[in-house]
Design a protein around this ligand. Sequence first.
Ligand code: GCB
Length: 612
Amino acid sequence: MQTYSLNGQWQCLPDENDIGIEDKWFLYDKIKDRNYHLIPLKIPNSFNLIDGYDLYEGVFWFFYEFELKNKVDFSNFDYQIKFKGSNYNTRVWLNGFFIGEHEGGFTPFKFLINDHLKSNRNYLVVRVDNTRDKDGIPSIYFDWFNWGGIYRDVDIIILNKNRFRDVRITTEILTRKSAKIHISYKVIGKIKFEWQIIDYYNNEIIENGKRTTVFNRDEFSIYINNPRLWSPQSPALYQLQIIDLSLMNKRNILFQSDFGIRKIEVRSGGLYLNKKKIKLKGVSLHEELLPYGRTIPYNKRNEDLQRIKKIGFNSVRTAHYPHDEALLEIADKLGLLILEEIPVYWDCNYKSRKTFKLAAKMLVNLIGRDYNHPSVIWWSVGNEIPTHKKECAKFIENLMILAKNHDSSRIVTYVSRKLTSDLMRRKGDVAALNTYFGWYFGVMKMLSLILDWIRTPVLNKPWIFTEFGAGAKFGYRHKGKNPPKFSEEYQLALLDHTIKTINSKEYFSGWFIWIFRDFKTILKNNTYQQGFNRKGIVGEKSTEKKLIYYHLPKILNKKRKKGFNTKFIGIILWIIFFPFSHFITTHLVTLITTNVDKKTYKRGIQRLLNPN
Ligand code: GCB
C-alpha cells in the first residue's frame, strides 16, 4: 500500500445560499470561468478558522488540483480517496464525476476512484456542510464547538489488487510465561505471504511464518514465550508485518501494525488489567486546541499526552467522539488507557431507523479503525442520553450488543448522568456516571451519601465516575474561606473533595476529571465563560495552568479520612425512595439542571444563527 497525500493549499468558497449544486460548482470550468473570490486554505483545517467565518454553520466548497507522481496502473492497483475526518456531511466529485457522500464528522471514510482518476491533471471538488440536523449524530444541541470542514488528512491510497482487509490482532495471556496472538483477516484475491512479529524492545523478529490465502476470511494463532505485557507502567509494543511473497526481489509490505499484549477484564466488581486490579485515574479531552481548532499538530498532541502522563493520570477519555488516530498512536507508546465514544449525545432522534443506522455505522467504523491499539480499553455508545425513554433504551442496548459482537475483548458501556432512575446501567459492563455535584446542583459534602445511595441497583459491577468538575476562569483568584464559583480555588476544592471521596469507595474503579483544557462552546456564555467551557485544568491554548494543575499530582491518590460509613444507609435510602426515584431524578434534579441548560442552549443557538 502506498499513500499520496492531498494535504496542502486548497481553494475554498462559502455557499451561504446553498446554490453550488444547482450551479454545478463541481465542474472545473464553472469555477474557473467565473470571477468567484476563492479563499486559499491549507487543508486539513476547519473553515471556521477563516476570518469572518468563525461562527459559520453551513456549506463550504473545496477545490484541489493534483497529479500523481507515477502513471496510474489500474490493472495492478486500486485507487481510493480517504478522508480521515470531515465535519459533517461530505460530498466528493473527481474530474466532474460524483464519487460519494458521507455523513458524520469523526470517523474516516473512503471511496474507490478508479473510474475517474487520470494520470495527468485531476480536479477534486468537495462540498462540506456542517449544518446541525435533528436526525444527525450528534443532533442539534451539544456542548462543544461545531468545527466544520475537512479538518483531518486527505490521502490517495494505492492498493494492490490482491490485498488484506480488516486485519485484527487479539492477544491473550495464557500463563505468566506465554501469550497467544490471534490474527484474523480477509483477503481480496490470492496472496502468498510471510508474516513476522517484531519485538521493538530488541528490534528483532521473534516469530515468523508463511501462508497462502485465497479470497477468504482466514485466521491463525502464534504463541510466544516470555511476553512483555503492555500496561501504563510499561507500554511494551510489538509489530505485525505481512509481506507479499509473490514479488521475487521486491519487499512489499502488505500490512503492518503495532500491537500490545494486554487484557482488560471486569470481574468480581473490579477492573483488571493483565490480571491485576486497576483504578483508572484520568481526565477527559476534547479534540481542540487554539489557535489550531481540531487540526492539532502531532507534536502538540504529543505534548498534551506527555503532560497528562506526567501529572500522574493513567487514562484519558476522548470526549465525546473519536479523535484523530494520531492520539492513539501516542497513547500506545506512552502507556495511557483510552476510553472511546461515539457522539450519540443528549437528545438524538432515537425513534429514527436512519439515525440508528448512522450510529451503528460510526460504532463499527470506530471499532474497525482502532481495534489494534492496545491503549483503547472501552467503547461507549452514548453520553447522557435519555435512557428513561423506551426508544432511547432500545437504541442504546442495540448499540451495546453490536459493539460486543464486533469486539468482545473490551469494556462496552454508555455514560449516564441519571442518579437513581437509570435502570439500564446494569446492562453495561461497568456503570458509568457523570454528575456535577457541588457545581450544577447539590453540595459537595453530600456526594458520598448520594453515591452510596444510587449505586444500589448495580452492586455487582464496577462504577466509573466519568465526569465531574467545576469551571474556573484562569486568573480569577480568591483568598480566604468560601471561594466563589468560577474561581480557581473553588475548582481546586471541588476536585480535591470529589477525588478523595471516590478514591475511598472500593466500588469505584475509576474517575475522570472534566476536562483537561477549556474548550469553545456556544452554550456557555456568562462573564467567566464567554463562549468557553471553563472546566479545564488548563486554558484553551494550553499555556495557562490553573491552580488545580499544580496540586493534582498530590491529590490523585488522596483518600478521605475514615469517617462515618454511609454504605448501608445508601441502600436503605434506595429502598425507601425507590417508588419516587424516577420522579426525584427525572423531574427534580435532572429537570432543574436541564432547564437551566436548555435556556442557555437556546440563547447560544439563537446568537449563533443571528449574530447581530
Ligand atoms: C456534561 C457533558 C459535557 C459537558 C459538561 C459541562 O455532563 O457530558 O459534554 O461539557 O457536562 O461542562 O456542562
